[in-house]
Design a binder for this molecule. Structure first.
Ligand code: SF4
Ligand code: SF4
Length: 207
């Protein structure tokens, strides 16, 4: 089971550039998104007052790319016009949307926390290790915890060769992927953020 928590308006409002399209995931049986929709509504109303929001999609299983594509069809115009897609879901859902819209600024509204027990079966190419401090807003929607062999959160280790990870030469260096993605969406400035500290006590709480 996964548990998500709203990051808070103070953290999110500065991330909302231009027109914003909202996505809220109802979640699946394995995901508890308590309060996410309520928070989305509050944020929606607030942003609407300043005329930022241009659409809202509510669905479940947004982590399923094919299902997601079908759901987005009727919102094609709004999404095309949107500068930001704000996503209320677990980390897997945010990564799926970031992949589906590689040229958009995709923002995670929630942190995903760990819970012990069966995590559910997700036949997905993206992964979320439920670190409790979602970094996707700094990394262009690519999870540094799962895409980097060392789960580094402040940039690459320097050991990559020809774009391949020094730990596993069969995989692309996650941080080179992150840099390319940030360059693609014009967000290299995200790398200038203050050094991130990882709170391992979040993990400890799950034991
Ligand atoms: S940074 Fe990665 S592991 Fe942490 S919550 Fe986000 S997607 Fe999950
Ligand atoms: S080479 Fe890249 S992916 Fe591999 S451990 Fe270093 S930073 Fe992480």
């Amino acid at each position: 089971m996964l548990l998500t928590k709203f990051k808070g308006k103070e953290a999110l409002i500065p991330q909302l550039k231009g027109k914003v399209f909202l996505v809220t995931c109802h979640g699946c049986k394995e995901v508890n998104l308590s309060g996410a929709e309520h928070e989305a509504e509050l944020l929606f109303n607030e942003a609407l007052a300043s005329q930022h929001i241009n659409g809202l999609l509510t669905a479940d299983y947004i982590c399923n790319p094919e299902y997601l594509q079908a759901r987005f069809e009727r919102f094609a115009d709004q999404v095309r016009e949107a500068d930001t897609i704000l996503v209320f879901s677990c980390g897997v859902g945010v990564q799926t949307i970031a992949d589906a819209f590689p040229n958009k600024r995709v923002i995670a509204a929630n942190d995903t926390y760990p819970l012990p027990g069966f995590q559910g079966v997700t036949p997905l190419e993206h992964d979320c290790k439920q670190c409790g401090q979602c970094y996707l807003n700094l990394t262009g929607g690519i999870c540094p915890i799962t895409a980097c062999s060392k789960s580094l959160i402040n940039g690459q280790c320097g050991g990559a060769k020809n774009g391949k990870c020094e730990v596993d030469p069969n995989m692309e260096c996650g941080w080179e992927r992150i840099q390319k993605k940030l360059a693609q969406i014009g967000r290299l400035d995200a790398l200038k953020c203050p050094v991130q500290l990882r709170d391992y006590s979040v993990d400890a709480k799950s034991e």
